[in-house]
Design a protein around this ligand. Structure first.
Ligand code: ADP
Ligand code: MG
Length: 286
């Protein structure tokens, strides 16, 4: 049976914008020693800004951006939204067909009857396109048209304002290890992990790799393990963690469904707040 004080704890948390789906999750939270984060949209804002456009010869900057934005027209991925926002021409749906989004890779689509691929190096390799290696920090989006490399677009995603303090606060609240899992590049992941003080990171992961890392971390960590994500490509990891925490505003419906705790305002600093509430509640309950 659930002690009565848990209802008080859940109520107190909800006043802080933290939705807890059951008293058992409050109890687990108080015993959490490992917190695993998704990067994009969770530790970072998830709103990318296009900072450079590098077309190959035969393309203008405007054309490259327009092809990419049109191909991404039906995607909700943060990368897609940034490309659409940066494109000044109207993105006529009639020009786009046969769209296929591949998790952890990017999108394929017919744009004006041409085959356009937009995504990371992995997508280019899969399409048999050789793209010039790009070592810039930030996230690189490669574009291919009809099987030929057409150029790349550089976008950057800044850490959330409270992300660094959130990591430090977790450490001050009994968390022994923080980990970041991301499908983004090694360079982008390294920069964010160093800036935020995350203990460990694993980059260039496909959704299935994230699940594998989750299993490994669950097996090797003492105490409880929490995963925090926005649910775009990470709902399977959310459900495997002892405590799945989803960002509510940015997150997908699937994430909110799969999660045990939902942070309504998407602030990672709310995790430590929830831990404090859980400990207070447990003290009252026992
Ligand atoms: P994260 O793990 O950082 O939240 P995702 O798993 O959603 O990121 O995506 C991993 C990588 O796959 C992205 O960094 C990007 O390179 C590529 N990608 C995924 N979806 C798209 C898309 N719609 N357009 C372009 N690239 C994408
Ligand atoms: Mg994500």
């Amino acid at each position: 049976s659930v002690p009565l004080s848990f209802f008080g704890g859940i109520g107190g948390a909800s006043k802080c914008g933290i939705l807890v789906k059951g008293g058992n999750y409050l109890e687990a939270l108080a015993k959490t020693e490992t917190v695993i984060f998704d990067k994009t949209g969770t530790l970072t804002r998830g709103t990318f800004t296009v900072t450079a456009v590098h077309p190959e010869s035969g393309f203008t900057r405007e054309q490259l951006l327009e092809d990419a934005a049109l191909a991404e027209r039906y995607s909700d991925h943060p990368i897609s939204l940034s490309l659409q926002a940066a494109c000044t021409s109207s993105l006529d749906a009639g020009r786009v067909s046969g769209v296929e989004e591949i998790a952890g890779h990017g999108v394929l689509a017919q744009v004006d009857g041409r085959r356009v691929a937009v995504g990371n190096r992995r997508l280019m390799e899969r399409q048999g396109v050789s793209a010039a290696p790009c070592e810039l920090p930030g996230t690189i989006v490669y574009v291919a048209v009809d099987g030929a490399y057409a150029g790349h677009i550089v976008i950057s995603d800044l850490p959330k304002e409270d992300a660094k303090a959130a990591i430090a606060d977790l450490k001050a609240n009994g968390v022994k290890k923080t980990v970041m899992l991301t499908g983004d590049t090694e360079a982008a992941a390294k920069a964010v992990a160093a800036e935020l003080g995350v203990d460990e990171y694993h980059a260039e992961l496909l959704p299935a790799d994230k699940v594998e890392w989750m299993e490994r971390l669950l097996a090797s960590s003492g105490g409880k393990t929490a995963f925090v994500g926005d649910g775009i490509n990470d709902a399977p990891v959310l459900t495997r963690a002892d405590i799945g925490i989803a960002m509510g505003a940015l997150g997908s419906d699937a994430a909110i469904e799969a999660a045990d705790i939902v942070l309504m305002d998407d602030k990672p600093s709310k995790i430590a707040t929830a831990m404090r509430i859980s400990r207070k509640t447990l003290r009252i309950a026992h």
